[in-house]
Design a protein around this ligand. Structure first.
Ligand SMILES: [Zn+2]
Length: 148
């Protein structure tokens, strides 16, 4: 099988803590979950040992929409890994805001651009990238339009 994202690291994130395990498990199943306060429902991204708003709360992992908007991006012209093939460059590192999840920005990669130029405000949808030891968060453009 050809590696569709040789620029991505292929070593597993930390699974030895429940702090982030639900996030990676959900990505492996093709969707995304994020932690929220069990008392008031406020999103808590990034995951943190203590809930910011309620001392007696815990993290509830909730499914989130697979669609969103490109908040910002950068086209990376250097390999993330020293041994990545040079013909994989450049790639697009991005922050995505999910629909209906205010204040949360997901660090991710843009994939399947198929000639489209990234643009802030571009509509995107989740397109997880399976690696040999984990599944990476990635998004792809939806349609041709972008918002200003
Ligand atoms: Zn709360």
């Amino acid at each position: 099988m050809t590696d569709t994202a040789p620029y991505l690291p292929d070593f597993a994130p930390r699974f030895d803590t429940d702090l982030v395990r639900p996030y990676w498990d959900a990505l492996a199943r093709g969707h995304m979950v994020l932690p929220a306060c069990s008392v008031c429902g406020a999103w808590q991204w990034y995951p943190y040992e203590f809930i910011k708003c309620h001392a007696d709360a815990h993290q509830d992992w909730k499914p989130v929409p697979a669609t969103g908007t490109l908040f910002t991006y950068t086209v990376v012209h250097r390999s993330f890994l020293p041994n990545a093939p040079r013909d994989t460059e450049p790639y697009v590192s991005a922050l995505v805001e999910l629909d209906g999840i205010p204040g949360v920005r997901i660090p991710t990669f843009l994939v399947n651009l198929e000639g489209r130029t990234p643009a802030i405000g571009m509509r995107v949808r989740l397109s997880p990238l399976p690696r040999s030891s984990y599944t990476a968060p990635a998004f792809e453009p939806v349609g041709q339009e972008s918002r200003p």
